[in-house]
Every structure is written in structure tokens, then in C-alpha cells.
Write a protein that binds this ligand. Structure first.
Ligand code: FAD
Length: 315
């Protein structure tokens, strides 16, 4: 897996504070900001609660030549135990609005589950598939998060963003080039500020029941306590399979990974594609276990699994 690592120039803290403002933090532990609860600190950290704060942070980082990385809910991230030698910008831009009978806008830092609940409250259907997916709306758009037959790409109308140079623009669904757990943002480095979703009028009771049904299904298959990052590996495109994908979990199960562990990292007993932190895992334990799982699938099926979880920093 290609990790996003960084090396910052040596700059006096006073200069960094002057450029980034009083909200900047130094050597901020990242583990509490990830669902794995592992990993080291960020050399610099700043929360961005408004589009202006986000743009200012990006502009200052570029001016000081400090590499930066965006995080949302940290639920699809494996942060190196050595941390990140750059600036972490946490998108905390919130707020949801019903702007038309069936159109909703939402800040990128809003919890995806809050948006699911908001849509249900407004009797709007189309977002039920996302019930129980951890993280923020921005993170979900970045990876085109999906489950139970739905994906973010099905409902996105417009996205407002800031590019990596600090300029803002609003783009349509086509611009985003959504694919399976993929979007153009992985290449462009654009940062999502807000999104507009096109939903449909539905029956409030039926929407609520579908949300509850999906949450119940998840409770049976996923570790609820948030000590994982969901599925570690992507499914494999295969037109002969249901939904056009061969589940990585099935290959992993047949390759015999259940029961494996390294240090505090273990394969979740009910789902072979989930690695859990049993309480004292390091990110290296998780990475090493993932490598063993990957190798077992390669040996048995000659298939090289690709990580869905994003790795940050040096491993
Ligand atoms: C128990 C559990 C179950 C899960 N189930 C699913 C599932 O069913 N389907 C699924 O697809 N995923 C699932 N996931 C994975 C995860 O919830 C999603 O990938 C989620 O969308 C990540 O959002 P986040 O805000 O946590 O992103 P983060 O983990 O913070 O970041 C992930 C990536 O998104 C980028 N990013 C975040 N915010 C922005 C932004 N505003 N602009 C630009 N880039 C940004 C980051 O730079 C990073 O590269 C699950 C995770 C857990 C813990």
C-alpha cells in the first residue's frame, strides 16, 4: 500500500503559530482521532470549522512549504506509530439544510450518520444505505463510501471544494469521477467543504425501518465499538459476481485468516476482512497482520488484494 508520508522543514514554532493562528497545536496525538485508536502524533494540527479557516490553513501550509493531510472522522485511516511529520487539518465544517423539497446541503465535517438521520426526518429516501458507515460526509465522498447496494455517487449533485493551492470552486457529479471506493479527489487533492445531495420523497416510516434494518445487519457483522476501520481490503471487480464484485472477505476466509493475530491486532471472528484493535495494538501490528493476510490470499488464489484503508506516515 502506498502510504502518504511527509517531511517538514525545520521552522520555529513561533513562525508556524503566526502563520496558522492560535488554534494550531504541536505534537498532537492522532490515535484518539482515529477509529483504530493507534498511531503517533502530528507535528502540527489544526481544526477547520469554517471554509475560511480551511482555506487559511491550506494557504499558510503552502507558504511555509509544510506538507498537509486532511482528516475527517479518522475511520478509514491507519496512522504510522511514528506519526505524521506535517500538518493535519481536521475538517469540522458542519450544518445541514433542506434547500428544496428533495435537495439537501451538508458540511463536509458533518457525521454521515447525522445526515442519514436528517434525511429520514425530512422523509427523504436515498441515503439509507449509508446507515452505520462511520466518519464524515467529506471522507465518504473522498472514498465514494457505499454499502447495501448504494454509494455516495448515486446521490451527489454538487460539491464545493478548495483545491490544494487554496482556491475554491463548485463542481458537479461528473467532475468527481466516482468509482468503486474511488473519486478524483484521490488524485487532485481537492478538499471537500460542502456537498449538495439529490434525494427523493419517501415514506418516513419505511425510511426509518430500512435504516434500523441496516443498523441491525451491521451490528451482527461489524465490531460495534469502533476499534476497526471497517473492511481492510477492497473487493475484486468481477462481472460474474453479485454487484460485480468478488468479496475480499470470502477469499480471506477461504485462505484461512480467521484466528490470526499479531500483537494486539486480530482478524475479527465474524468477518475475515476486518482487522480489530483488541486493546493494545500498534499500527505496525495492524500493518503486519494485513501483510500476512494479503500473502495468504496471494498464495492460494494468485490475487493481490488492494487496501481500502488509507495509510498515513512512514511504516
Ligand atoms: C465499523 C466501520 C464500518 C465501516 N463500514 C463501511 C462501509 O460499509 N462502507 C464504506 O465505504 N466504508 C466503511 N467504513 C470505512 C469508513 O467509515 C469510510 O471510509 C468513511 O467514509 C471515512 O470517512 P472519515 O471521515 O472517517 O474519513 P477519514 O478516515 O478521516 O479519511 C479518509 C480519507 O478521506 C480523506 N478526506 C476526509 N475528509 C475529507 C475532505 N473533507 N475532503 C477531502 N478529503 C477528505 C482523507 O484525506 C483520507 O484520505 C467503515 C468504518 C468502520 C469503522
Amino acid at each position: 500500500m502506498v502510504g502518504k508520508s511527509a517531511v517538514s522543514p525545520n521552522i520555529p514554532r513561533s513562525t508556524v503559530r503566526e502563520a496558522l493562528g492560535p488554534k494550531v497545536q504541536f505534537d498532537r496525538p492522532l490515535a484518539p482521532l482515529t477509529s483504530y485508536r493507534t498511531g503517533g502524533p502530528a507535528k502540527y494540527f489544526i481544526p477547520a470549522g469554517t471554509p475560511e479557516e480551511l482555506t487559511a490553513a491550506v494557504t499558510a501550509a503552502n507558504r511555509l512549504r509544510i506538507p498537509f493531510f486532511i482528516i475527517g472522522g479518522g475511520s478509514n485511516l491507519l496512522v504510522s506509530d511514528r506519526g505524521y511529520d506535517g500538518l493535519i487539518i481536521r475538517v469540522e465544517i458542519r450544518g445541514m439544510n433542506l434547500v428544496d423539497e428533495t435537495v439537501v446541503t451538508c458540511g463536509a465535517g458533518e457525521d454521515l450518520m447525522a445526515l442519514v438521520n436528517f434525511a429520514a426526518e425530512c422523509s427523504l429516501t436515498g441515503l439509507e444505505f449509508a446507515a452505520g458507515i462511520w466518519g464524515t460526509v467529506g471522507g465518504a465522498l473522498y472514498g465514494n463510501a457505499g454499502a447495501y447496494g448504494g454509494e455516495m455517487k448515486d446521490i451527489v449533485r454538487r460539491v464545493t471544494l478548495v483545491d490544494s493551492a487554496g482556491y475554491g470552486k463548485t463542481v458537479d457529479n461528473e467532475y468527481c469521477r466516482f468509482g468503486y471506493r474511488d473519486s478524483c479527489f484521490k488524485v487532485t487533492g481537492d478538499i471537500i467543504i460542502e456537498a449538495t445531495f439529490q434525494l427523493r420523497k419517501g415514506d418516513k416510516v419505511a425510511i426509518g425501518s430500512r435504516v434500523d434494518e441496516i443498523l441491525a445487519l451491521r451490528a451482527r457483522r461489524h465490531p460495534g465499538e469502533g476499534n476497526s476501520a471497517g473492511c481492510f481490503f477492497k473487493n475484486i471487480p468481477d462481472p460474474d459476481q453479485e454487484h460485480g464484485k468478488l468479496p475480499a472477505g470470502r477469499l480471506l476466509e477461504e485462505a484461512g485468516v480467521k484466528g490470526l493475530s499479531v500483537g494486539g491486532a486480530a482478524v475479527y471472528p465474524d468477518h475475515a476482512n476486518i482487522i480489530v484493535n483488541t486493546g493494545h495494538a500498534t499500527s505496525k501490528d495492524i500493518r503486519d497482520l494485513a501483510d500476512i493476510m494479503k500473502e495468504k490470499v496471494r498464495e492460494k488464489f494468485a490475487i493481490l488484494l488492494e487496501e481500502e484503508v488509507i495509510q498515513l506516515g512512514e511504516f
